[in-house]
Design a binder for this molecule. Sequence first.
Ligand code: HEC
Length: 155
Amino acid sequence: MNVVKTILATSLACIAFPAGTLSQTSLIDRGKQLTEQVAKCQDCHTPRTAAGELDKTAWLRGVRVDPVADPVRSASGKPHVHIPDITAEGTLWMLWGEKGMLRFLEKGSSPSGATPSSHMPTYKMRHDDAEAVVAYLKSLRRSVPPATPGPGPRR
Ligand code: HEC
């Protein structure tokens, strides 16, 4: 009986795998859209270049606002607000983990129950939206290998 169960589980896993991979990709895409088009996290969490453009090389990696250089962003009047890196490589993820980030997006408070000060909007996202955003933030790693590496010559 156990053998039958194992075989069944194995074959199910084989069938489920490609579908799972696909839906993970679309989850990340949805998260990217929610993050960038709807919530616009990058407007505050991405540093700007000298020309005032969002710095694509530091996407969502946090900003230390200098109230003199950037009076708009420091409109709260608080000196040097630290806007954290929200990618999965940031310190915040190390402290909060995936569950903490999910909770933050769904409930608007940190794992310790604290709500952010100043200009961070309070989000009450739907669970599946929060999951999509988390999947996207998790996908932002500097050292990600290409999703589908080509056959290319070996070096
Ligand atoms: C209008 C500007 C703005 C937008 C848009 C914004 N943030 Fe923030 N965020 C901030 C600021 C400012 C802080 C720092 C607040 C503080 O230290 O209390 C912050 C802090 C955070 C924190 C840490 C909170 C804590 O308690 O330490 C997380 C996590 C976060 N933001 C995630 C996001 C995500 C995810 C999005 C998009 C879904 C987003 N933020 C959009 C301005 C923004």
